[in-house]
Design a protein around this ligand. Structure first.
Ligand SMILES: Cc1ncc(COP(=O)(O)O)c(C=O)c1O
Length: 355
């Protein structure tokens, strides 16, 4: 039986990337070290690092006015690192469209003056809120491009007159995106860019001037700019996998192709859910996530039965996040093309067997 991995992250890797990784780590007959066993400062790893940076620039389309940093610590560290660097002595604004935006704001409040300028919490995070007034001297407006748990996505970045800071964790490189219009963006690699451990940050160069002196060196973005993201030992294997994923993206048709393919298969799933009397998704149509689709059975008591039956049928990773319950299908780039149709067949059959 074929298995399909709908995990929200760490998520499925493209099969050719898994094959390359297995090959890269397999014992060498002459005892040569693998990519995970060499110095990050040597020539062999430097080639990997250079190609990775170059490919990220091409795919995101950012030019010399942005720095690309390859960091550790995941999006959670950026929740605090960003305000510490870019909002010192100023206020920052946050739009809340789900769980992750709330966490980002809570952390920003621990290090400075941050406020929610809009929130769709009252309605249960099923729509995008109207933007309120930004604070005077607003350092940036933070938004979550795609709320992974609630399944709410901005079709395009919000339009405001201050720098945008975007948590793009669960939609990075899933479609063409105006990365060059952002002041700041971050994403962990474990969804569309390989394995956990690597965090990509894009930062507009002029914003580096706002960073206050006296921060711990590790937590000053300028340290990472000047060291080429090698202030300390990088997560070398995650960099290697990211490079293989970028090669795979290019070989598969690039972001235009991924964007079209991803949108088509998400709409197929939403159309099924909307037409079903048993399954449903509550999110407003114009901001439904293309990457993460939460859905619920009419009888919520059947959630765990459905998750277990799905696993039996080879559909894994469908349990919803504990903050929301229900089920969730994550449709990241590497998910097999047949997966959505097979999921729909399973959901139809589950519905039929319960009615
Ligand atoms: C939108 C979003 N932000 C932040 C995070 C947290 O990421 P990390 O585990 O890399 O800190 C996640 C993880 O799923 C996410 O989906």
């Amino acid at each position: 039986m074929k298995t399909f991995n709908f995990s929200a992250g760490p998520a499925a890797l493209p099969l050719p990337v898994r094959a390359r990784l297995a090959e890269a780590l397999s014992p060498d007959p002459r005892g040569m070290p693998s990519v995970a066993e060499i110095s990050h400062r040597g020539a062999r790893f430097s080639e990997i690092a250079e190609e990775l940076m170059a490919r990220l620039r091409v795919l995101t389309g950012v030019g010399a006015e942005h720095e690309i940093l390859l960091l550790h610590g995941g999006a959670n560290l950026q929740f605090a690192w960003l305000p510490m660097n870019l909002a010192a002595g100023r206020r920052s604004g946050y739009v809340l469209t789900g769980h992750w935006g709330e966490k980002a704001l809570a952390e920003a409040r621990r290090v400075g003056a941050a406020e929610a300028v809009a929130s769709s919490a009252a309605g249960g995070f099923v729509d995008l809120p109207e933007l309120g007034h930004l604070p005077v001297d607003c350092a940036y407006l933070h938004y979550t491009g795609n709320e992974t748990i609630h399944g709410v996505q901005y079709p395009t970045p919000p339009a405001v007159g201050v720098p945008l800071a975007a948590d793009l964790s669960s939609e990075f490189l899933s479609r063409p995106y105006p990365y060059d219009a952002l002041g700041f963006a971050y994403a962990g690699a474990q969804k569309n860019l390989g394995i956990a451990g690597l965090t990509v940050v894009l930062i507009r160069r002029d914003l580096l001037e706002r960073i206050p002196d006296g921060l711990p060196r590790y937590l000053d973005y300028r340290t990472w700019v000047s060291s080429g993201s090698m202030y300390n030992t990088p997560v070398t294997l995650a960099w290697y996998v990211a490079l293989e994923v970028l090669r795979w993206i290019e070989g598969s048709g690039g972001l235009d192709w991924l964007g079209r393919r991803n949108a088509a298969r998400a709409s197929r799933l939403y159309a099924f859910l909307d037409g079903s009397d048993f399954w449903s998704n509550p999110v407003a149509e114009h901001c439904r996530s293309v990457m993460n689709v939460p859905f619920f059975p009419a009888d919520q008591g059947l959630t765990m039965t459905a998750v277990a039956a799905a696993e039996q049928a080879g559909l894994i990773g469908l349990k919803g996040h504990r903050a929301l319950g229900g089920l969730r299908a994550s449709l990241y780039n590497a998910l097999d093309d047949d997966a959505v149709e097979i999921l729909i067949d399973f959901l139809k059959e589950f519905e039929r067997s319960r009615s």
